[in-house]
Design a protein around this ligand. Structure first.
Ligand code: CDP
Ligand code: CDP
Length: 224
């Protein structure tokens, strides 16, 4: 089997630390399935709000997540979550309402549990589709989802720099508040896992960050 060459790359970090941009570049360079787990939490948040279940309604959330029919569509090199056969479009998951609510849903253990097997299953999706591996980004990938990933990175940058980055993309986002909630929750808090490579990107360009991550992967995979 060629499966020995299949790799899992975990990239965690706070909001606007550069996870998505670097993961997309790595996915293209090494033909890895790109899995943005933040988009999964966002899709579930948008769906629960759409059906009228707020995060404060714990019993309602616990019941509703049991009945979500989750699927995956691969678009290009990215995994997209389907709920009830429909991909929740970007326009619906990057709203201010979702920004303001997602960390409250993500702190609920039943929500995280509902996503655990689904996220691990993305490796099977990648294998079935002929990818050389997975690059998965989020908050708890290297700590909870794939603690034995081949490569684990933790990105950070000063909050002012991250706020500047997010603002320059437009839209309204309370990244400090999300970081506070994500870091202080009991289940799978945002933290650099033991043994992960920590990269401070405050004064690095995206290309420089990508090179730091890509170098050990290229050494493992060899020339493409
Ligand atoms: O793009 P950005 O870093 O701002 O956020 P995101 O990756 O889209 O994640 C949105 C939210 O989902 C985070 O603020 C967390 O509350 C939650 N999340 C999580 O709890 N665990 C993950 N593995 C990924 C996201
Ligand atoms: O996925 P995450 O929220 O961690 O961050 P991102 O969406 O990849 O990056 C947020 C913004 O910061 C994007 O516009 C990136 O191009 C930019 N960025 C940057 O200017 N310098 C870096 N070293 C990393 C990201």
């Amino acid at each position: 089997m060629t499966d020995a060459a299949f790799i899992i790359v975990a990239i965690d970090g706070g909001a606007a630390s550069g996870k998505s941009s670097s993961s997309r570049t790595l996915s293209d360079r090494f033909h890895l399935l790109h899995v943005d787990t933040g988009s999964f939490y966002r899709a579930i948040t948008a769906e629960l709000l759409r059906i009228g279940v707020p995060a404060a309604d714990l019993a309602g959330v616990q019941t509703a997540v049991k009945h979500l029919a989750l699927g995956t569509r691969v678009a290009g090199r990215s995994a997209q979550m389907e709920i009830g056969g429909r991909v929740v479009p970007d326009a619906e998951i990057r709203t201010k309402q979702v920004n303001d609510n997602v960390s409250h849903f993500a702190a609920i253990p039943e929500v995280r549990n509902a996503l655990l097997a689904y996220q691990r299953g993305q490796a099977d999706v990648a294998r079935t589709r002929g990818f050389r591996g997975v690059v998965m980004e989020g908050r708890d990938i290297g700590s909870v989802i794939f603690p034995n990933a081949d490569f684990r990175f933790f990105l950070h940058a000063d909050p002012e720099e991250r706020a500047r980055r997010r603002a320059s993309e437009g839209g309204q986002d309370s990244i400090r508040e999300r970081d506070r909630l994500d870091s202080s929750r009991k289940t799978a808090p945002l933290a650099c896992p033991d043994g992960a490579v920590s990269i401070d990107s405050t004064h690095l360009t995206l290309a420089e960050v990508v090179e730091l991550i890509a170098a050990p992967i290229a050494a493992r995979l060899g020339p493409l």
